[in-house]
Design a protein around this ligand. Structure first.
Ligand code: SDX
Length: 428
């Protein structure tokens, strides 16, 4: 992968460092020997210029607004594929045959039940606990039920743990919602698709049959596809770092859920809808645009901006169209959607947003759809975590099966006090 070098001179020492090329996208400078050669670290808080690994899962071109999963454009996958098929693709690298997809779906379907003991964990939470707090706790607790699939060096155990995590997230997420509304948990059904099963466990009640609306199932499945994986984002990097120590996969995914919760990351979908509701009407948009541009005001337009996309987030394009379709099909007119579209129009013509290349991201429109389907805003990031589990699991597998994998251990620029002697209390 190396065809050129860069030269670094420190004092009298000059060393060459290989430039490595991937299939497509920016090359990297292999600096693994830099500290040994120079006694210096690189300095890159927030990792704005750092590749932490090599990966074949997802490619993003932020300038062109391109997102590929194993080479396939997100727009084509969202329109033509299914979340189960995209999950297979991320895990195995190729689109499945019908037999392979049926076999994968059969396996996932038959891992959707959770140990009955797990239901006891929910009763330890207040009914008004944020469902992401429940997800962090319950998913972390999964490792106490599956000691037969925590040996990360056994490929068979890695595969079973991966299937368990993908399969059980909808059940655990639906249970978190049911607990918050005081309704009984519903068991998964093997005669329903992955997404229809989730919708029934969430919105169904024991008192009557629940038949998921195919339009809603399709929209939800599309939303899951759009959230499945996204290169080395903060929560995926968290999962990889946790996994690099040899932690079991359930603990690693719980770490990813905790990181995703932040409003700068997956928590932005909940924050974006709350922001749109706070704005309320189109005439109040200029006030919030001004706040977003004010350096002295910590307010940011939630659902806008991205570390990598300096063009339109291709997921936001699909999400906006899905929002229009769902609202039209459901005969729902949501003033928040009108505020969202007007806010986008105004922001994208404002020099501040143009200069800083701030566009709507995946979180800007998702809340409009999820709210129309009936999810409370607190559940939005839970849904993001549900879908992103397959990406986290695929990235974790890719890392663990890499023979060159080592424990992640960044260094620092130390800015604390130089060495000094202890002063006894009586002399202070
Ligand atoms: C996700 O990484 C991923 O791939 C994440 C994700 C995934 O699928 O995993 O795509 C999911 O997390 C999407 C992002 C969701 N977050 C939000 O919508 C929250 C609002 N957005 C911002 O907090 C921000 O845009 C980030 C966190 C998304 C990106 O932050 P960066 O890359 O660190 O950018 P920055 O903070 O350095 O901003 C650059 C400039 C700054 O101004 P200056 O200091 O240069 O003067 O743009 C400004 C920022 O103040 N800016 C915004 C803004 N986002 C950035 N100003 C107003 N509103 C915003 N939303």
């Amino acid at each position: 992968m190396s065809d050129t070098n860069v030269t670094v001179t420190v004092g009298e020492e000059t060393k060459d460092y290989a430039v490595l090329s991937g299939t497509v996208g920016p090359q990297v400078i292999d600096i693994r020997k830099l500290y040994a050669n120079t006694g210096m670290f690189t300095y890159d808080p927030g990792f704005t210029s750092t590749a932490s690994c090599d990966s074949g899962l997802t490619y993003i071109d932020g300038d062109e607004g391109v997102l590929l999963h194993r080479g396939y454009p997100i727009g084509q996958l969202a329109e033509q594929s299914s979340f189960m098929e995209v999950s297979y693709l991320l895990l195995n690298g190729e689109l499945p045959s019908k037999a392979q997809l049926d076999d994968f779906t059969y396996t996932i379907t038959r891992h959707t039940m959770v140990n009955e003991q797990l239901t006891a964990f929910y009763r330890g939470f207040r009914r008004d606990a944020h469902p992401m707090a429940i997800m962090c706790g319950v998913v972390g607790a999964l490792s106490s039920f599956y000691h037969d699939s925590t040996d990360i060096n056994d490929p068979d155990q890695r595969r079973i743990a991966s299937h368990r995590l993908i399969a059980k997230m909808p059940t655990i997420a639906a249970m978190a919602f049911k607990y918050s509304v005081g309704q009984p948990f519903l068991y998964p059904r093997n005669d329903l698709s992955y997404t229809a099963n989730f919708l029934r466990m969430t919105f169904g009640v024991p008192a009557e049959e629940y038949v998921p609306d195919p339009v809603i199932v399709d929209a939800m499945d599309k939303i899951f596809i759009l959230h499945a994986d996204h290169e080395q984002n903060a929560s995926t990097s968290t999962v990889r770092l946790a996994g690099s120590s040899g932690a079991n996969p359930f603990a690693c995914i719980a770490a990813g859920i905790a990181c995703l919760w932040g409003p700068a990351h997956g928590g932005a979908n909940e924050a974006a809808l709350n922001m749109l509701r706070e704005i309320g009407t189109v005439d109040r948009i200029p006030e919030y645009i001004a706040r977003a541009k004010n350096k002295d005001d910590p307010f940011r337009l939630m659902g806008f901006g991205h570390r990598v996309y300096k063009n339109y987030d291709p997921r936001a394009t699909v999400m906006q169209k899905t929002a229009e379709d769902v609202l039209k099909t459901m005969g729902v007119t949501d003033p928040v959607f009108d505020v969202a579209r007007e806010l986008e129009r105004i922001a994208l013509s404002d020099p501040y947003f143009i200069e800083k290349k701030l566009f709507p991201n995946v979180d800007f429109y998702s809340g409009v759809i999820l709210s129309a389907i009936g999810f409370p805003t607190e559940m939005f990031t839970v849904l993001f975590a549900l879908a992103r589990t397959v990406g986290w699991v695929a990235q974790w597998n890719e890392m663990i099966s890499d023979p060159a994998q080592k424990i992640g251990r960044p260094r620092q620029l130390y800015t604390g006090p130089s060495q000094r002697d202890y002063v006894p209390l009586t002399q202070r």
